[in-house]
Design a protein around this ligand. Structure first.
Ligand code: NDP
Length: 464
């Protein structure tokens, strides 16, 4: 006792809200501070609005493909401001739901910035001092721009792109990570002329090679122009447009330049260093398996810790923190085999080790691969491939990873995550009867036979 609250949470994003609700359920007196909008990056300017835009972008293919199925779709038009307004309505609804959940749990909400003032006190922007037995830093991350090029102030980040007043008919994207490729894909489908520059020789560095190549080819077919080994060096405003000089000397004139070269943990000006909280080289809060920082009363969850920057992971970490500190049961989050998706068109769904990771860790690795035309593309005639890959430990038969490029790959990865978490073997996959006709049936029908299977030592056996 003697503290104003048992838990003070800084940041009402996914991780902070879950931690606050669960702690309050355990009887803790909780206060949550949020300086922007309740819901955090995922709800306000991340996963949710992005997926809504992705849905919007996919109608373009559907209208075209309908002809192969006997439909005549008349002239179609797309109105960006209508989409932005509809998206805004939905995220406002979700933000209100987050607020209602917090309030129902009994947590108090203060809508202002909060900074640590020591290990057990927080100073609000209004000047009020709140003492807390525990402090949870759940402040997330923000777009970073490591390239300090002249004119970079004319670039936008993923924060601004959702609310542009006019549709960018010509879009330059810098960065080949999740954010870069997702926006490149959806804006290309919505009709923009998109160029993506990246310093590497391909997109999505941490993904499986087959997925990277397959997605690069699919996005190229969708009209995205890739410039690898190339980055913007100079930006100048030319009326409403931007003239961007690239490192290969060429100049592009675009309507918007999206900077998507990474994100940085929000740890600045929070009073962390003064409170003795250790940060790592990129400014993330250093935490142990229970999300405790170097200061016993200060914990951190989500992107601010830069562990695995995904919303469901932040939620897990927030829940585990509340269980550990207020629920009397120590819970550590298992960061292995977390499914993930890249919501491009086609999308990538993945869980577990990539082929390269598996080969680095296991003596014998079996790779099963399928590369086929999805059924829907037969009548539509769309040049499209679905790629699936199963990575198996050749010594134990355990499935180490599954990677999919194609329709609903994210949905498949979520369910495959259960099997992999349970330690499924390839024999378990084989014992599962196919569900026909689906794309996912390939995952249980890939056998050790010509064209569908190759051993680690037989790299040349790839037959699509
Ligand atoms: P990523 O780390 O995925 O990608 C960053 C990109 O910027 C890479 O292409 C990287 O190149 C490039 N880059 C980094 N530093 C520099 C530099 N100094 N100069 C030039 N290029 C540079 O980050 P994102 O910002 O795209 O996404 C952040 C995180 O958000 C993701 O890691 C993910 O965890 C999460 N996220 C998840 C989504 C999902 O689940 N669908 C969607 C969006 C975000 P290189 O490859 O050469 O390193």
């Amino acid at each position: 006792m003697g503290f104003d609250v048992d838990l003070f949470v800084i940041g009402a994003g996914s991780g902070g809200v879950r931690a606050a609700r669960i702690a309050a359920d355990y009887g803790a007196r909780v206060m949550v501070a949020e300086e922007f909008r309740i819901g955090g990056t995922c709800v306000i300017r991340g996963c949710v609005p992005k997926k809504l835009l992705v849905y919007a972008s996919r109608f373009a293919d559907d209208f075209e493909d309908a002809a192969g199925y006997g439909w005549s779709v008349g002239e179609t038009t797309f109105d960006w401001p209508s989409l932005v307004a509809a998206k805004e309505k939905e995220i406002t609804r979700l933000s209100a739901a987050y607020r209602a959940n917090l309030e129902r749990s009994g947590a108090a909400i203060v809508e202002e910035r909060a900074r640590l003032e020591g290990a057990q006190a927080v100073r609000l922007a209004s000047g009020r001092l709140v003492t807390a037995k525990h402090i949870l830093v759940a402040t997330g991350a923000r777009p970073d721009y490591p390239l300090a090029i002249p004119g970079v102030e004319h670039a936008i980040s993923s924060n601004e792109i959702f609310d542009l007043e006019t549709f960018p008919n010509r879009l330059l994207v810098a960065g080949g990570g999740y954010i870069g490729v997702e926006f490149a894909s959806l804006f290309a489908k919505l009709g923009a002329d998109v160029t993506l520059t990246a310093r590497a020789s391909n997109i999505l560095r941490s993904f499986d090679e087959d997925m990277r190549e397959g997605l690069r080819d699919a996005l190229s077919r969708a009209g995205v122009k890739f410039r690898f080994g190339c980055l913007p060096t100079h930006v100048e405003k030319r009326g409403a447009a931007l003239e961007v000089t690239l490192s290969d000397g060429e100049t592009l004139v675009v309507d918007q330049f999206l900077n998507a070269v990474g994100r940085r943990p929000n740890t600045e000006d929070l009073g962390l260093e003064k409170a003795g909280v250790a940060l790592d080289a990129v400014g993330a809060v250093k935490v142990d398996a229970y999300s405790q920082s170097s200061v016993g009363s200060v914990h951190a969850v989500g992107d601010v810790t830069n562990r695995l920057n995904l919303t469901p992971v932040a939620i897990r970490e927030g829940h585990a923190f509340a269980d550990t500190v207020f629920g009397g049961k120590k819970v550590a989050v298992d960061h292995r085999n977390v499914p993930s998706a890249v919501f491009t068109t086609p999308e990538i769904g993945a869980v577990g080790l990539t082929e390269a990771q598996a080969r680095a860790r296991h003596r014998v690795v079996d790779i099963y691969r399928a590369n086929f035309t999805p059924m829907k593309a037969t009548l539509s005639g769309r040049p499209e491939r679905t790629i699936m890959k199963i990575v198996v430990d050749g010594e134990t038969d355990r499935v180490l990873g599954v990677h999919i490029l194609g329709h609903e790959a994210g949905e498949m990865a979520q369910l495959l995550g259960i099997a992999i978490k349970m330690g499924a073997t390839k024999a378990d996959f084989d014992a599962t009867v196919a569900l026909h006709p689906t794309a996912a049936e390939e995952l249980v029908t890939m056998r050790k036979r010509a064209g569908r299977y190759e051993r680690a030592e037989d790299e040349s056996a790839y037959v699509p």
